[in-house]
Write a protein that binds this ligand. Structure first.
Ligand code: PMP
Length: 439
């Protein structure tokens, strides 16, 4: 532990909130060096939708390695990549009547977002991009310009993006899509015509704000009418997280570009792709590149994931069932913590307790009780349940009980009968807590 504290950069984040030395993990349980077990409601920030070390993926990976299968392949043709593309087309795209070409980018979410932004700029010959309040798209400069988070932005000189209010951002039923439409239709609004409109259907880091079908459809129509490409960042909300494979399926929109990463390998291996409508696949050969576009181990486990979980709709039904359980539990918590509300959808839900320090205290207490759970939102005020989609019912129930017990204990110990909203000063015990760092 001392080695890690002394030798790793100060930039480390999650390990400050969850500080044991982890040594192994299986499914939804993590084990530390003292053999303590933890229920994992963080799932590597959504990159372990299918849990830790899925046995079928492990087995095929072991066989692949034993047979000297390709590991790093640049963008060379490999049988593993061909198998993934075929399976993705047959199991995901065709049944949904979607027609996309697949671009393999560098292996992180932000690599995918950068590629999508660059392509939209090339296709339209425009530079500006519209992104939304509280959106999170990664920390390389292009994606960071589209990201709202002040701490990550570092007050940097970021450009090329105009911010619009996400749905529900303004009080009084104000329609933020109409507002954007008006800005784009006014040559003197000061907003340059955009190459793209970029958004998350459920804002993962920004507080689990979920776009409604009406709003999403309006934004899609506005993008089309104003000559901008619609990019959905499905890095966190995709790969089954909200119940359907793509988060936008129930919204009735068909994006021009879709970015997937985090759970697309099924196994937590680095991989990212951009799905491109064929008419917009206007890249020149190697015009956008990157050494690690060919993680064949990830392609292999991704194919196993597609076959195991997406051959029919039974997994979607399982997710919907678990999502109901999560909602039910969170509603119970919300009923006991005044001023709180449920956010998100599918297996991407949480409870906003209206106050980041209180949410942090609850997460710290939950961790003492053996649950790894994080906060989200501009003030870290949302306790976010990001359990693996494969989590067994007993662990899901136990984890949710731990959140409830923790919230009630913290309220009792601090004599809180009402959680103080963000705008009011917080009690001293809560004030003393350090700000949690994640993302
Ligand atoms: N987009 C979204 C919606 C994300 O949640 C994240 C990561 N939290 C990213 C992009 C960036 O992904 P990465 O950290 O892999 O670069």
């Amino acid at each position: 532990k001392n080695v890690l504290d002394n030798l790793e950069s100060e930039v480390r984040g999650y390990c400050r909130n969850f500080n044991p030395l982890f040594k192994s993990a299986s499914g939804s349980l993590m084990v530390d060096s003292n053999d303590n077990q933890y229920i994992d409601f963080l799932a590597a920030c959504g990159s372990l939708n299918y849990g830790h070390n899925d046995p079928d993926m492990s087995l095929s990976l072991k066989r692949h390695i034993d047979n000297n299968g390709i590991t790093a392949g640049l963008d060379l043709y490999t049988s593993t990549k061909a198998e993934f593309l075929k399976s993705f087309n047959e199991r995901i795209l065709q049944p949904r009547k979607l027609n996309y070409r697949t671009q393999f980018t560098g292996p992180t979410g932000t690599n995918g977002v950068e590629a999508a932004l660059k392509l939209a700029r090339k296709v339209t010959g425009r530079h500006n991009v519209i992104s939304f309040t509280n959106g999170f798209h990664g920390v390389t400069l292009g994606s960071l310009a589209a990201t709202g988070n002040k701490y990550n932005r570092m007050g940097g000189n970021l450009s090329g993006v105009s911010r619009a209010p996400f749905e529900g951002y303004l009080d009084g039923g104000f329609d933020t899509a109409d507002y954007l439409d008006q800005l784009l239709g006014d040559p003197s609004s000061g907003i340059e015509p955009p190459a793209a409109i970029l958004f998350e259907t459920v804002q993962g880091e920004g507080g689990l704000n979920a776009a409604s079908p009406q709003w999403a459809q309006k934004i899609a129509e506005i993008a089309k009418r104003h000559g901008a490409l619609l990019i959905i960042d499905d890095v966190q909300a995709g790969c089954g997280r909200t119940g359907s494979f793509f988060s936008f399926e129930p919204l009735g929109i068909e994006p021009d570009l879709v970015v997937l990463s985090k759970s697309i390998s099924g196994y937590g291996l680095p991989m990212a792709i951009v799905l491109i409508k064929p008419e917009y696949d206007q890249w020149g050969p190697a015009e956008h590149n990157g050494t690690f576009r060919g993680n064949n181990h990830a392609f292999l486990t991704a194919s196993v994931m597609l076959e195991k979980f997406w051959s029919d709709d039974s997994f979607s039904q399982e997710i919907a069932h678990k999502a109901e359980i999560v909602k039910h539990h969170l509603q119970r918590i919300a009923a006991r913590v005044p001023g709180s509300m449920i956010k998100g959808r599918g297996m991407m839900q949480g409870v906003s307790v209206g106050n980041g320090k209180f949410a942090s205290l609850v997460c710290c207490r939950a961790f003492e009780k053996g649950l790894i759970v994080e906060t989200s939102g501009p003030h870290d005020e949302v306790i976010k349940v990001l359990a693996a989609l494969t989590i067994p019912m007993n662990l899901l129930g136990r984890g949710l009980d731990i959140i409830e017990e923790s919230a009630l204990e913290i309220m009792q110990e601090n004599g809180i009968s009402r959680v103080v909203p963000i705008s009011q000063p917080t009690p001293e015990t809560i004030q003393k807590l350090p700000q949690r760092r994640h993302g």
